[in-house]
Design a protein around this ligand. Structure first.
Ligand code: ATP
Ligand code: MG
Length: 572
């Protein structure tokens, strides 16, 4: 489709960029009452010519489709805000959801923001303990969930959660008691008119727990001002244009599910497709076709699953509306970018960010030359750098092509404002004006950033620092390999040896010959010092529910150490 990208010239946009200027594209609350995410996402569109446009297109498990316009969502979110008022929810109180991708989740999120309370989504496959951990650490006052999830996982926790005043069930008709209430009934009784109270851009809006890839999940707190990053990344990275149909496959329990599954598309006034179902390759392809999706945001784990299937989507599906495909959450191997190009006629555009950053920080843009395997360049308005960080010493590395810590200059609007109940850890993640991300990367001479690994996952072998991503990328180029994860295993002689865990493609057989062939391939690509010394074939890699490989668990199991916090582990 011939649509001119919003970001046509990276250098001049970056040079002329200011957050203040971008903010003038948002309206702010009427009468200078501040800045509220829900107002920018819903209300201002619901009172414009967009009011009858579809805001959410829900695809239910059975494939039936329900459209909700911006005006519909204005009313639903108003009602929900009034429900919270009815329950004496105050500014700053925490409202949790424990739901799949159903309409209630979306109006609860935005209705909470209207009330200037703080919204925190939980992934609906958490067991009781992870739910308890987050509700108690997050001081939950209200929880929105379904009867089924409540009975299975929450009722048993109530005694331990004295702060939790109300549980709103989406699918009961009558209140059970003062505490366990019927959401439909409350919604029906509530008015569909609501005036958003004055909202300071610095008022807390969202609480998101990190994925727990490197340890105990941390609760990152974000403020209303974050909406500016959602708007800007929607415009330049997701390249939203009027009338676009957009689909984000992220789970709503993670930050991507909120920033890009709710806020960014609505702020930019496009139609947001929400599929209730989990990954299913044929379903995914047919949604892209039937919904005429223009912009598709997904993750490496999903892409690798599609790659494993060995089908050429364009032969079976009409994907002519698809203009842009993006990926986040884990490093996207060059293999996958190239596969996208070959099979969809366009690359997957990798972009990097974290729960803490609240929005995309480094990206490949539609109008930019893509270097497969690179995360791209910083968002206009965001200053990134590579730094040497050793204990308390900190030095920005100016030379290109050097590995170091990826750091960001304080001041982008969606920066987290604290780790809940862990101010010390928050402070520790800054050095002066620089936020230390915990990831290692390098920048090339043209300003592209390349992911090296998480600081925690770096392997020190025979005097080399080896990033798992480099080794895994090389392994992925072997035709028999579907997925790979490498760890460092303590070794008396060389410090740590590189051990690879490999998942083979379906038709492959794990045997000694294949192992030798993979070793030879890796040595050719990486040299003998960096190539894995040990290889193990396994059926599945342990992953978080947001699709990230849990290398720390592979390592703990390998070394017979305690497995640590596994609340976010995906059950294969
Ligand atoms: P925890 O902080 O609890 O260990 P986590 O870091 O996995 O978990 P998230 O905030 O969900 O939690 O994930 C952000 C991290 O994901 C980044 O710091 C980075 O390590 C990884 N990541 C995200 N996008 C990319 C990308 N495009 N390339 C490489 N890594 C990425
Ligand atoms: Mg992290």
């Amino acid at each position: 489709m011939a649509v001119t990208p919003n970001l046509q010239d990276y250098t001049s946009v970056t040079a002329g960029f200011s957050w203040e200027k971008e903010q003038s594209s948002l309206t702010g609350l009427p009468n200078n009452q501040g800045l509220n995410i829900a107002h920018e996402a819903i209300d201002r569109h619901a009172t414009s010519e967009l009011k009858d446009q579809v805001a959410f297109r829900f695809i239910h498990k059975d494939r039936s489709v329900m459209d909700c316009t911006y005006k519909d969502y204005l009313e639903l979110t108003n009602r929900f805000a009034n429900v919270l008022g009815e329950l004496n929810v105050n500014k700053g109180d925490r409202i949790f959801s424990f739901l799949g991708r159903i309409p209630e989740l979306y109006f609860a999120a935005l209705g909470t923001l209207k009330k200037v309370a703080v919204f925190c989504p939980l992934f609906n496959v958490f067991g009781p303990e992870p739910v308890f951990q987050r509700l108690s650490r997050g001081d939950a006052k209200v929880l929105v969930t379904t009867k089924d999830l409540f009975e299975k996982k929450v009722r048993q926790l109530l005694e331990r959660l004295p702060e939790l005043k109300y549980v709103l069930l989406t699918d009961i008709d009558q209140d059970e008691d003062e505490q366990i209430r019927s959401l439909p009934r409350l919604m029906e009784q509530a008015s569909d008119e609501f005036i958003i109270p004055p909202t300071d851009p610095e008022d807390p809006a969202l609480l998101h727990f990190t994925s727990g890839t490197t340890g105990m999940p941390k609760g990152a707190l974000h403020v209303h001002k974050a909406v500016l990053v959602h708007y800007v990344t929607g415009k330049y990275v997701l390249d939203f244009h009027p009338g676009d149909i957009y689909w984000c496959t992220a789970d709503p329990g993670w930050v991507t599910g909120t920033s890009y599954g709710i806020i960014a598309p609505l702020v930019n006034g496009v139609t947001n497709v929400v599929d209730e179902e989990e990954f299913d390759a044929t379903r995914w392809y047919s949604i892209l076709e039937e919904q005429k999706v223009n912009v598709w945001y997904t993750a490496p784990t999903g892409i690798r699953r599609l790659m494993r299937m060995n089908i050429n989507p364009r032969e079976k599906y009409n994907l002519e509306n698809l203009r842009l495909m993006l990926s986040v959450g884990e490093p996207l191997h060059a293999e996958a970018v190239v596969w996208g190009e070959k099979n969809f006629g366009m690359p997957f555009l990798d972009n990097w960010w974290q729960t803490e950053t609240g929005g995309i920080m480094i990206a490949n843009y539609r109008a930019m030359q893509v270097k497969p395997g690179s995360m791209g360049k910083p968002l206009p308005g965001v200053e990134a750098a590579i730094a040497e960080v050793i204990d308390d010493s900190f030095r920005i590395i100016e030379e290109p092509d050097k590995d170091g810590h990826l750091v960001l200059k304080r001041g982008w609007p969606s920066m987290f404002r604290t780790y809940l109940h862990d101010e010390e850890r928050y402070n520790k993640s800054f050095h002066g004006d620089w936020y230390i991300t915990g990831d290692l990367a390098k920048r090339d001479t043209e300003g592209y950033y390349w992911f090296v690994g998480r600081a925690d996952d770096i392997i020190k072998t025979s005097g080399h620092m080896v990033g798992p991503f480099e080794v895994e990328s090389a392994l992925m180029e072997h035709p028999a390999i579907a997925e790979a994860a490498v760890i460092g295993k303590p070794d008396q002689l060389i410090g740590e040896l590189v051990k690879a865990f490999i998942v083979l493609k379906p038709e492959q057989h794990a045997d000694e010959n294949l192992k030798m062939d993979i070793t030879a391939h890796a040595r050719r690509k990486l040299g003998p010092a960096v190539a894995p010394k040990e290889i193990a074939f396994i059926d599945n890699l342990p992953k978080t529910r947001s699709g990230k490989i849990l290398r720390r668990l592979l390592k703990a199991r390998e070394l017979g150490l305690p497995e640590g916090d596994l609340s976010t582990l995906e059950q294969p």
